[in-house]
Design a binder for this molecule. Structure first.
Ligand code: B12
Ligand code: SF4
Ligand code: SF4
Length: 426
């Protein structure tokens, strides 16, 4: 679990304390090596697969983050530029931060296959259907308690995802892996199918060696396989083109030119991980609880995209409030369902898409219009004309008019996405 020989870790920890302003303060010197050992074994017991410690420093990716924001790659994720200054140092997350304990929590490597008609592909991280924030936060709380009990005067904050912390950069600094050309943190043994979580603390804990090398070499499978060409250069992602962003984060219509490439991805995307050689199952790799699954896969496999159009706001809330799908809200989820059904070009989807075209939300109506155009069945045109006669929303009207003109797009993007998935077969 620890990435490092324990004594090296303690030695580096002492060095880290020297480098931190005030490194000789009582908090720094009084941290016992036993505490890190206790933290490691408690983390393992909580199901974390790796644990490493980085000093709280300005991460080298900070200036890249600024460039990334300036290039517009954050799209509508305004919470990133809004907190840009806080990313400069972990003290933006916790005042007086000295160490960042980085943890990895594995999720299933196996995709829920095969995909039946009327079903969509889901990113593997959805796992059992529970929101991973809800699963991991209580674990971080319990780990935090260990530090707090040993040092009641100390302060520690558990974070996953939402704090202004470059988690992958700190994962690398804590020795947990390198950032691949797909930007994800990768470990030689575990691959990249894991979440990152952090404990930011004002204790000066012994730090681990950073992972300085990259093991991507000349490989560029992820860059070539991405269905939407979302990497302007290796290691840099234009989120606005990423299917994960388009299906989870964005509240807008999916741009017309990217809809076909979304293929059957209904929520998130794993293509740039599926093709990565470091994610190939290896006989030598230990089977983790995540690989064995959590029994919740049926929850997702049973999800019929057609039935989603029968759920009003209340019913949608009751079914998905406690799941990761809630993040995209009903309108985003129905938009995604329509795009996938359009890409699957199944005539059986027409009655559901017709409901989508009558939905109170224009985001859903617009996507349904596009999908009906893609299905291209004779009945589709009648449904579109009928709606055009009463549709008041300008954007939906132009979606309908385009669909009637047959401008919903050809099959090129589908083929590209499918090629990428074929390559991903282990
Ligand atoms: C915003 C966000 C997204 C956005 C943007 C993703 C991105 N690549 O930036 C979207 C919605 C697209 C997204 C998608 C996904 N995400 Co996300 N996401 C985040 C979040 C909240 C912030 C990331 C961030 O700050 N991005 C801004 C950019 C600038 O940061 P960065 O890529 O780390 O940037 C570094 C590199 O680009 C590098 N760099 C810049 N220029 C250059 C140039 C060269 C030459 C090189 C080598 C490097 C380099 O330096 C930068 C600074 O460190 C993090 C959680 C967190 N707080 O960190 C999760 C997180 C990164 N996501 C995660 C996951 C699981 C995913 C998905 C796999 C989900 C899915 N299956 O759909 C996809 C993967 C897509 C991908 N290839 O990244 C995990 C990653 C775990 C791991 N093993 O790495 C995280 C850490 C969440 C978590 N707590 O577990 N995500
Ligand atoms: S998650 Fe999918 S769309 Fe996003 S960068 Fe990776 S392959 Fe491309
Ligand atoms: S697919 Fe190749 S280039 Fe991309 S992250 Fe994996 S090893 Fe690196």
């Amino acid at each position: 679990m620890a990435k490092l020989n324990f004594f090296t870790s303690v030695f580096l920890g002492a060095l880290g304390a020297l480098c931190v302003p005030g490194g000789f303060a009582a908090t720094a010197m009084s941290v016992s090596p036993d505490l890190t050992a206790a933290l490691h074994s408690a983390a393992a017991a909580e199901g974390f697969s790796q644990c490493g410690v980085a000093a709280a420093v300005e991460p080298r990716g900070f200036s890249r983050l600024l460039d990334w924001i300036t290039a517009g790659y954050a799209g509508s994720m305004q919470y990133i530029p809004d907190r840009r200054d806080a990313y400069r140092h972990p003290s933006g997350v916790l005042e007086g931060a000295r160490s960042v304990v980085m943890l990895t929590y594995p999720y299933p490597r196996q995709a829920a296959e095969p995909l039946a008609a009327g079903r969509g592909r889901m990113a593997r991280y959805l796992g059992s259907g529970a929101d991973y924030h809800d699963v991991i936060h209580p674990k971080l709380k319990r780990l935090r308690r260990i530090l707090q009990e040993a040092h009641p005067e100390s302060r520690t904050r558990g974070v996953i995802d939402t704090a202004p912390l470059l988690e992958r950069d700190f994962g690398r600094l804590a020795g947990l892996g390198w950032q691949g050309k797909n930007t994800l943190l990768i470990d030689k043994f575990a691959g990249s199918y894991f979440f990152l979580a952090a404990l930011v603390t004002d204790l000066a804990l012994p730090v681990d060696l950073p992972h300085e090398s990259s093991h991507c070499g000349t490989c560029r499978r992820c860059l070539d396989a991405c269905p939407t060409d979302a990497f302007p250069e290796p290691g840099v992602l234009d989120a606005r083109r990423c299917i994960s962003y388009l299906t989870i984060e964005s509240r807008e219509p999916i741009p017309l030119q990217l809809r076909e490439a979304v293929g059957s991805w209904f929520f998130g995307c794993d293509v740039c991980q599926e093709v990565c050689p470091w994610n190939r199952p290896r006989d030598s790799a230990p089977v983790s609880a995540a690989d064995e699954g959590t029994g919740g896969e049926a929850f997702w496999q049973s999800l019929s995209l057609l039935e989603l159009f029968d759920l009003d706001g209340e019913a949608f809330r009751a079914r998905f409030r406690k799941t990761p799908l809630w993040r995209s809200r009903r309108s985003g989820i129905l938009r995604n369902a329509a795009i996938v059904l359009g890409n699957q070009r199944a005539e059986e989807a027409l009655p559901a898409l017709r409901k989508g075209l009558l939905d109170p939300d224009p985001l859903v109506r617009g996507a349904a219009a596009w999908a009906i155009g893609r299905v291209g069945a004779a009945g589709g045109k009648g449904i579109l004309r009928e709606r055009l006669a009463v549709e008041a929303d300008a954007e939906v009207r132009s979606e309908i008019e385009r669909a009637l003109r047959g401008g919903a797009g050809g099959a090129g993007g589908d083929e590209r996405a499918l090629r990428a998935l074929d390559q991903a077969e282990p």
